[in-house]
Design a protein around this ligand. Sequence first.
Ligand code: ADP
Ligand code: MG
Length: 682
Amino acid sequence: MNGQLNQSVMVLKGIGEETAEMLSEMKIKTIQDLLEYFPYRYEDYRLRDLVEVGHHEKVTVEGKVQSEPSLVYYGRKKSKLTIHLLAGRYLIKVVFFNQPYLKAKISMNETVTISGKWDAHRRTITANEFQAGSSTKQNDFEPVYSLKGGLTSKGIRKFISLAFQQFGSFIEETLPDSLLKKYRLQSRRDCLKAMHFPQNQEELKQARRRLVYEEFLLFQLKMQSLRKFEREHSQGIRQNYDLERLQEFINSLPFPLTNAQKRVVNEMLTDMKSPFRMNRLLQGDVGSGKTIVAAIGLYAAVTAGFQGALMVPTEILAEQHAQGLRQLFEPFTVRCELLTSSIKGKRRKEILQELVEGNVDILIGTHALIQDEVTFHRLGLVITDEQHRFGVEQRRILREKGENPDVLFMTATPIPRTLAITVFGEMDVSVIDEMPAGRKTIETYWAKPEMLERVLAFVEKQLVKGHQAYVICPLIEESDKLDVQNAIDVHTALSHYFQNRYRVGLMHGRLSAEEKDSVMKAFSRNEVQVLVSTTVVEVGVNVPNATIMVIYDAERFGLSQLHQLRGRVGRGSDQSFCVLLASPKSETGQERMRIMTETNDGFVLSEKDLELRGPGDFFGKKQSGIPEFKVADMVHDYRALETARNDAAILIQSPYFWSSSEYQYLRNQLEESGVLEGEKLD
Ligand code: ADP
Ligand code: MG
């Protein structure tokens, strides 16, 4: 760290205790903090042709006044001043609210400059800034800072300017020459300055470009050092699986593996056999066949003399997996046991006992599995399904379970590439990017709620053919209770609608495990034809005869979740359908519905979801381990992220990086963050 820049902001003229206090509320303590307190946006005062300006965008125009200003008062203090302005080729209206005094400053045929919000439909600017004559702004841009306490924009700008005057010359370069040259990046000093006092758009762009790259590079160096460290220092286990038995198992499957499955299986097996510890993320869209990959991994562990564990987020899913795996493994004398929180008493004790003794080969269960009462005899492989539901912390507990078992995290919510390499940067990633052959795409329609009758008639067409239907109920934010009530209401209505023709079942989170179980069983045996449900069916449930899903209030769901839900149909050989009932008000809402009808590709949807909702919302409200960047934006700067990632990978492997003085600063940063000792990043 640079001694000069590390001094308290109080060394600046005009900053006393009080101001320092206010600044520290904004986490600005040192000169460096101040210099790196970047504007969150810039006011753009460039004169623009109105043709380029979108509806409701902010704009600055210069023009000639074409009418005497007309002033109207309404209420005691409210007024509206209107003028007509010829701006370039456009005759537009300009209105000023509650600034009656401007009337005296504006006269016919004079030139004025105004800034405000452009209403493209009414061809009107609602102005908030006025200047007589041509624009005299020195800068096209004015930085806007987020402020706290009593600090003003002007104040912070003054302090930052002072900091540059006194300490600008102490700002050191952090990136080596070679990289600066390679990407034609400007010096750190110039870039910091340009962030605060940009002369023009281009300067700002160049400054951002450099700082984004630096931020990503450092981040990637940290992630990859951590990964390298973990690989080299964690005592992994070598699982010498029996290839012949494994091949036999694969041959016994009712279908050949897809190429993607083969590739992913190989990546997993290579990790298992190596002395390193596997820490791998497996991404694959709904229905891409992850379960089989998991089964192969688990069986490999068993043939190597180890135990395997499969963890899933819900009991229903655990039961389904247990059932499925038992079937697959039946000819191979593999003992699978199910452990969930509803398995209690003597039975539970028994399973736990058998587990310690090593008589259970594979344990399937919910999170309950990672509770500490569960001890394995010789745990070799842990697989978690629907991974992103588990927090960062659970990921860690899991990794610490047993004698350094290999760990595979599976997720059916395709994670956008940028998020995958940031949030899961310390892991290896495998992707199943191919669907089993012959899979039909699910035809998806977007219907207005008013069309419910027609939608139900459409559903009935499927029922007449002997198929079954899911009806997913409205989601009410954060309230399980209301969700349930909704489901009950829909169930009542549909029971009435289909009475004497079809049986309608009800599924929601408030049912007991036994109740859920019996509803699911009835549905999978086709004793119930229409299943009304909350989102509890989201994950995993497999009833191939169900060919249609109706989703109420679809606009309330995120794209990824809709895609997950939709994945419950289209599991058999028949054409399946999904109907989204929605009347979204916002444009993004409408866009979401449109995208759903246009693609079945989970990766495309996840990228869109990220774009529309931003990284914070992607994983839901809970803390998700998404790092915060000062300048960089994972979504918009993804190219820089990829570049930084590749560069980091090369650097980490190069002895030059670890020894040359060029990289001293970056190495220091790694050291300070603790990743070189294998400490966890937060
Ligand atoms: P997911 O990735 O969503 O967990 P599953 O593992 O449940 O997907 O697989 C979905 C369906 O596809 C299952 O019925 C499974 O038996 C089937 N399946 C998996 N792999 C293949 C394959 N290679 N060829 C044909 N069907 C497959
Ligand atoms: Mg699955």
